[in-house]
Design a protein around this ligand. Sequence first.
Ligand SMILES: Nc1nc2c(ncn2[C@@H]2O[C@H](COP(=O)(O)OP(=O)(O)OP(=O)(O)O)[C@@H](O)[C@H]2O)c(=O)[nH]1
Length: 619
Amino acid sequence: MLIAPLPPDEVERIRLLHALNVLDSDPEPEFDRITRLVSHLLKVPMALISLVDSERQWFKSRVGVTDSETSRDLSFCAHAILGTQPMVVEDATRDERFADHPMVTGGPRVRFYAGVPIRSVGGLALGTLCAIDSHPRQLSAEQLEVLQDLADIASKEMQLRETVSLAQKQLSRTDNVLEASEARFRAVFERAAVGVATIAPGGGWLSMNDAVCEITGYSREELQRLTFQDITHPDDLKSDLKALRKLIAGDIDRYQIEKRYLRKGGGTVWVNLNVTKKQSPGGELEYFISTLTDIQARKEAEAALEGLRLELEKRVEERTRQLNKRELELRSVIENANDAYISIDATGAVTGWNRQAEATFGWRAEEALGQSLHDLIVPPELREAHRLGMLHYLATGESKVVDQRLELPALRRDGSSLHVEVRIRALNLDGQRVFSAFLHDITDRRKAQALREREALMDPLTGLLNRRALTEMLPGAMERAGRRGSALAVLFLDLDGFKAVNDTFGHDTGDLLLREVAARLRRVARGSDTLVRLAGDEFTVVLEGLTSDSDQAMKCAERILHAITQPIHINTHTAQVGVSIGLAIHEPHTNQSADVLMKRADSAMYEAKHAGKGCIRLS
Ligand SMILES: Nc1nc2c(ncn2[C@@H]2O[C@H](COP(=O)(O)OP(=O)(O)OP(=O)(O)O)[C@@H](O)[C@H]2O)c(=O)[nH]1
């Protein structure tokens, strides 16, 4: 007996056969009708629809056979499914494949076999429709055709099941896909960070994810008993409903608003709401789909920011008001200041010029503003230094004048000069250097001071210099003489008999006499001589630029002696005094102090007194 080999498409064939769910199934009239027809038309006692399983052949329909299946190894059909043509065995005893087959040698003593494959849609041979006889026989062409036709019908029946099974499988696969898709959607819906909800056309909450519950504070069940109108903040409801009406009318596909929900248990929550609608295929509104995002934190931040902005604006406003007020005050202070106020920019152009500046310098503000300060008030000899000083300061930040109290000469519009006391300030305004200064006209003060200084060194009665002046000038004069290599002489004069004038004519006359003595000294003296009234009736004359010997000084002393001893007419009186003169010479390059020189002259004068007065003594 020859066991049929496996067909090349065996695996696929078996998979399909099992998938059809036809093995071990109940008898079906469609197939039974076919086997009955085979038996009847071919006049065979046995007819089968045999399905060749991996280990067996199972009979879907059978006529004249009691067993429902046999081993595949014993299967004639296992051979029949290998070919493309019907397999006809006219006498099994003469066929080497089956001659010793137990079903041939034993019951049911098979002699004749004719099998036509039953094929799937894709051409796989699932089994056969076969006719079996226990007598050898031949099939006419017509009979074979009948068998073929009936096998085709069986194939069609089987293919119908195949199609149904495939459809079912696809359907189930589609169901699976849908289920998976639904599950995915659910998961997304549930876990979405944004709230997602469906809302009935009337506003009732239909379904919603956890996020909606979290945002509103209501549970699912609670929400499902409410409408969105119930929990919308009254102030936001109108705009929401307006947009919703447009959505229903089809004017818009969706809308987005920011609104507040009333949370369960009090309080509100801001959400960003997006609403679309779901329509039936017939165009009827089924429900709305709302997505909502919690923007409470953002709104709070915005509100806080807005509050901050308003506060800031208020403060800036207040500050500006204060600054404006302050500026007005400052302007007024500057404008009405007793001192001239001038400001200039880095180019030296005038940017500020108050009323007192007008009065001090003679230029009106409108004339001065924009002009170069140099041209207006700086004396020509100082302009270059002024310009260079400013450039140096701008380049290095160093200055000898900025922030110092200075006394400077200046010019008026009419060309007259004045002295001003000034403190220059350098400011940085918006990255620009600005110099400002208050200038005080100190011309009068300086004059008064000069007068005071002069007076401090002057003898008020005679107008000659006083002792203090001599003390201050003598060391300088000696030093000068030393430098020039010339000699200097000090003449110490003390009037003789002056007391008697006082006593005789009175003190006032004595004063007048002293003034006359001074006048005579002035007449006799050269321009370079210094005339001093030391005290009472004592005078000193300092002679500079002398040659080393004492002749010149002696001659001068003699001229003085002569001049003073001339009678002096005072009012109606005539008085006469003498003078004793001590002379001391200061030689250049000698190391002698002014004090010593004075003492020498003083001593010489005393010698003259002792010698009888009215004479000159040389130290
Ligand atoms: N009128 C007047 N008299 C003065 C002034 N200062 C000093 N005397 C007087 O000058 C006199 C100076 O005195 P003496 O030097 O002794 O007078 P004298 O008569 O010149 O004496 P001998 O120097 O010794 O010749 C004193 O009587 C002082 O009162 C002054 O400013 N005006």
